[in-house]
Ligand binder design. Structure first.
Ligand SMILES: NC(=O)c1ccc[n+]([C@@H]2O[C@H](COP(=O)([O-])OP(=O)(O)OC[C@H]3O[C@@H](n4cnc5c(N)ncnc54)[C@H](OP(=O)(O)O)[C@@H]3O)[C@@H](O)[C@H]2O)c1
Length: 252
């Protein structure tokens, strides 16, 4: 399929894990990809993988907690590829697996600032461009942890992701009349670094999933990417404010 030929897609957190898989999947379907994140070397690796596959991409360093850098990021996407049609706000962090009473103020602030304020700030600048240029599509990466499922010792992350799920629906209502379609994907434990417990190997995680997870395995990064591409595609033209859970049945 080539659903995104001629489209420019911005993916934050594109230097690793799910963001990289999402960037590769869009490029494989014809999109020009702007790969954003804080680490130039990992973004360059993503761009190299896309180019090796015959695709088009550029790496732009930006921190999603910095409004000025995000505004520059949108400007850079427009100047490199002539527009911004689709944005995937994927960058996120997890800090400190401890009970609520032991979460440090530093971890709390970092998680909320990156995961919630970062998504809001990114949308603010993406929407500013899209509403003046015929609309667009935004997909926020939330999590099944938060709005759909709670587990112990993850309070800051869960709070942040519940907020991303709610923020997505609020934004969808506020901007659909401007031709901007906004949805979320909420992955469960996926084949990406964040689902590994401290010191755990991929084989250890696979063993744990057999008992923890109804499907018995993590979601492949490509499966999460496929959900993002569906929501961004013309086929999802009437899907607005959805929070699509891709979690192997964990929150069913
Ligand atoms: N993996 C899972 O099982 C899972 C499950 C549910 C939801 N999710 C969500 O999926 C998203 C991707 O997670 P992942 O598993 O792929 O983790 P990951 O490999 O750690 O990727 C996170 C990406 O975000 C970037 N990032 C972090 N802070 C940033 C900032 N301030 N500004 C710009 N970029 C920043 C990181 O790059 P730099 O550090 O280079 O900036 C990194 O590339 C996250 O939102 C996560 O919460 C993951």
């Amino acid at each position: 399929m080539n659903r995104f030929t001629g489209k420019t897609v911005l993916v934050s957190g594109a230097g690793s894990g799910l963001g990289r898989a999402i960037a590769l999947a869009f490029a494989a379907e014809g999109a020009s990809v702007v790969a954003a994140g804080r680490t130039a070397a990992s973004l360059d690796e993503t761009v190299g993988l896309i180019e090796a596959d015959g695709g088009t991409a550029v790496a732009v360093t930006a921190d999603v907690t910095d409004s000025v850098l995000l505004q520059d990021l949108v400007r850079e996407s427009v100047s490199r590829f002539g527009g911004l049609d689709i944005a995937v706000n994927n960058a996120g962090i997890f800090r400190g697996a401890v009970p609520v009473g032991e979460v440090s103020e530093e971890d709390w602030d970092a998680v909320l600032r990156t995961n919630v304020t970062g998504v809001w700030l990114a949308m603010k600048h993406e929407i500013a461009h899209m509403k003046e240029n015929g609309g667009g599509v935004i997909v926020n990466i939330s999590s099944n942890l938060g709005a759909h499922l709670r587990i112990p010792n993850t309070a800051a992350y869960i709070t942040s992701k519940a907020a991303v799920s709610a923020l997505t629906r609020a934004a969808a209502l506020d901007h659909i009349h401007q031709g901007i379609r906004i949805n979320a994907v909420s992955p469960g434990a996926s084949a990406a670094p964040m689902s590994l417990r401290p010191g755990e190997t991929e084989a250890g995680r696979a063993e744990r999933m057999k008992s923890e997870n109804p499907l018995g395995r993590v979601a492949k990064a490509e499966e999460v990417a496929a959900a993002v591409l569906y929501l961004a595609s013309p086929g999802a033209g009437s899907v607005v404010g959805t929070d699509l859970v891709v979690d192997s049945g964990s929150s069913a």
